[in-house]
Ligand binder design. Structure first.
Ligand code: PGA
Length: 251
């Protein structure tokens, strides 16, 4: 049995004071639900505050990106070594980073490796754009993202990885992907490559989230699918609705 993992991606939202407020609003209710791994992926500026607040909590803390080097002349970047003092998770290769900040399958790969070798759980995002979806390229695109994103990784690390399937056209648009379709895509373009790369055991251990307009009302439809082990949540993670998503995952 894979333990479901629901992560909130706060994106570029919340000052430190606002982050504190949001954690206070959600913390107690989320901590009551221990059958789910829940995570707040916060902006770097709130990392110290939020991780102090959640020091003895079952809620995990994550970031939204890391650099692949431990240190060096990389102005404006944050290394896994700096992050691991505060956070256990890192979102890697989110489509917004791929679209606006030049992230490629290859840079995703070296960031995933940096996370794993620094004891950080990578949440590696894959997903097709609207154009790719309409051109029926979905399975090819995701299979490629999986293959390159996960190259040069030993089996001893592989089970720790979390994959988030996020159709780009469903992110922040309210246009969620049909749960049965998402399940099917995950089976063919995520579990199958996992099996080809790492073997059957790893492919059955790695958790796969769905992401893209998940909210308290539709969450249950995703979690009832056999290949979906949680969600990566943007907009709804900044609201009380996030608790409803976690509750749905626990059912
Ligand atoms: P959304 O974002 O839930 O607001 O669609 C999901 C994400 O970008 O991870």
């Amino acid at each position: 049995m894979r333990k479901p993992i629901v992560a909130g991606n706060w994106k570029m939202h919340k000052t430190v004071a606002e982050a504190e407020e949001l954690v206070m609003m959600l913390q107690k209710d989320i901590e009551k639900i221990s059958s789910i791994e829940s995570v707040f992926c916060v902006p770097f500026t709130s990392l110290f505050k939020v991780s102090s607040m959640l020091q003895n909590s079952s809620i995990g803390v994550g970031v939204q990106n890391i650099h692949w080097e431990k240190q060096g002349a990389f102005t404006g970047e944050i290394s896994p070594l700096m992050v691991k003092e505060f956070a256990k998770y890192a979102i890697i290769g989110h489509s917004e980073r791929r679209a606006y900040f030049g992230e490629t399958d290859t840079t995703v790969n070296i960031r995933v490796i940096a996370a794993l070798t620094n004891d950080i759980v990578p949440i590696m995002c894959v997903g097709e754009t609207l154009y790719e979806n309409q051109k029926r390229m979905t399975l090819d695109v995701i299979t490629r993202q999986m293959k390159i994103g996960l190259q040069n990784i030993g089996n001893e690390f592989a089970e720790k990885i979390v994959i988030a399937y996020e159709p780009v056209w469903a992110i922040g648009t309210g246009l969620a992907c049909d749960p049965v379709t998402a399940n099917d895509i995950i089976f063919h373009a995520i579990r199958t490559p996992l099996k080809n790369i790492f073997g059957e055991k790893v492919s059955q251990t790695v958790r796969v989230q769905y992401g893209g307009s998940v909210n308290g009302s539709n969450a249950r439809d995703y979690f009832s699918q056999p290949e979906i082990d949680g969600a990566l949540v943007g907009g709804a993670s900044l609201k009380p609705d996030f608790i409803e998503i976690i509750k749905a995952a626990a059912k």
